[in-house]
Design a protein around this ligand. Structure first.
Ligand SMILES: Cc1ncc(COP(=O)(O)O)c(C=O)c1O
Length: 410
């Protein structure tokens, strides 16, 4: 029997205890999880404990004393993605992980990067920078006419015709709830033996991610969003295929390589090749605890509840005059984006802030293709997570409705 409680798929009691474990739930209605999720208490405590230990006994000594906890970052992340700990490199952010991955590809003039019209802004800027420096060609696969995301068949045809050096796809962009079919694209990449990089920044911690099922060679994410880890943490998954083929970051350091003789270094065998000597250890430990926490809550349960809360929000907002919902696709993720008549972006966000509701703005610059296609200059993004309640969703929708009336009167 399905639990029909408002906390689905949790019991009301479980949801209450998850919220009690989240200090921020007492002070804000946090609908900015696509920016940064609220820390759970065990994550906060583990990080504070490590900082205190560093202050008490020294930074290197604290890292040595907490080796097990540090190592668990790799085991926990591997458990989350269905790979081995040796395939995981810690990174300071998703972008840091992404640029390390890109730097490992020996691009030459005329190489093609095949991507989508919804790939993340910083990834698109990185491709343009590679074009400027190395003369690569950037090809954007077309979207389906109905706006439901990239046309996989058209993308596969481009793969066959252009033999790209890299196929790069963002699973869910920053600027809408669109979910791209990364596993379907991955099947074509595997069949054609093309290098495949997936940006899963908005999906780790929100959906189950299986790198084998996706068929990617490289995958990047931050820990601070739906995984609810600390700021300044992320990771890069590097497949065995890529490690065996000898890919290494352009700037490899004394942690990623052994300096075996004056004129030669040897990259280490594992994804540690993509890491640096220096780590923010409290963030590494905090990320490990956050990932264990998500696994314990159950990512499959999170994946049921989180997009369902967003669907409820879209449903409520659909009836608000002057609001245009912008998310496309059959089953969008928990990034709810909309524009509202009569408001400028900053005052609108400030009006939400004043009601104790955290949100984020997206601008045309974040999504040159998508926002141009939708003819929008800016949008408000509301991104609930599993620890939010249905009552909060309704309160947020009521706040938008109230503000739409205020706008009409101005
Ligand atoms: C889809 C996507 N990719 C990458 C990033 C970049 O993440 P970070 O800020 O950790 O570099 C973001 C951040 O919003 C994102 O939404």
């Amino acid at each position: 029997m399905r639990d029909k409680s408002n906390a689905f798929p949790f019991s009301a009691e479980t949801l209450r205890s998850l919220r009690a474990d989240t200090p921020g739930c007492e002070s804000v209605v946090h609908f900015n999880n696509a920016g940064c999720g609220l820390l759970a208490r065990p994550v906060l405590e583990a990080m504070l404990a490590h900082l205190r230990l560093e202050a008490a006994i020294g930074g290197y000594e604290a890292a040595a004393a907490r080796q097990e906890e540090v190592r668990d970052f790799y085991a926990a992340t591997a458990g989350l993605l269905n790979c081995s700990p040796e395939n995981i490199a810690f990174a300071g952010s998703a972008t840091d992980a992404y640029t390390r991955a890109l730097s490992a590809i020996p691009f030459e003039r005329g190489d093609v990067i095949l991507t989508t019209r919804n790939d993340f802004i910083s990834n698109q800027i990185a491709f343009l920078s590679l074009r400027k420096r190395f003369g690569v060609e950037i090809v954007h696969a077309p979207d389906h006419a109905d706006g439901s995301g990239v046309d996989v068949e058209a993308m596969a045809a481009l793969m066959r015709a252009r033999r790209p050096r890299l196929v790069a796809v963002t699973h869910v962009p920053t600027n809408s709830g669109l979910v791209q079919p990364v596993a379907e694209i991955g099947r074509h990449c595997r069949e054609l033996e093309l290098l495949y990089l997936v940006d899963a920044c908005q999906t780790v911690g929100q959906y189950e991610i299986d790198v084998e099922e996706i068929g990617c060679d490289l995958l990047t994410a931050t820990c601070r969003k739906f995984l609810r880890g600390p700021r300044g943490s992320g990771f890069l998954y590097v497949s065995d295929r890529v490690l065996r083929a000898g890919y290494e970051p352009l700037f490899i350091d004394m942690y990623g390589a052994r300096w075996v003789e004056p004129g030669r270094y040897r990259p280490v065998e594992t994804a540690a090749r993509f890491e640096d000597w220096e780590f923010p250890y409290s963030a590494v430990i905090g990320s490990a605890v956050a990932t264990r926490y998500a696994l314990q809550v159950g990512v499959h349960r999170i994946a049921e509840r989180t997009p369902a809360l967003a669907a409820r929000l879209r449903d409520r907002l659909a009836g608000v005059p002057g609001v245009r919902l912008l998310d496309r696709g059959a089953r969008p993720a928990a990034l709810v984006t909309f524009e509202i008549e009569g408001w400028q972006p900053q005052p609108f966000k400030e009006a939400m802030d004043a009601r104790g509701i955290n949100s984020a703005l997206s601008f045309r610059e974040f999504a040159q293709y998508d926002f141009r296609d939708k003819d929008v200059e800016w949008a408000l993004r509301l991104s609930p997570h599993y620890y939010n309640t249905e009552e909060e969703v309704d309160r947020v929708a009521a706040a938008v409705a109230e503000l739409s009336v205020t706008a009409a009167r101005r």
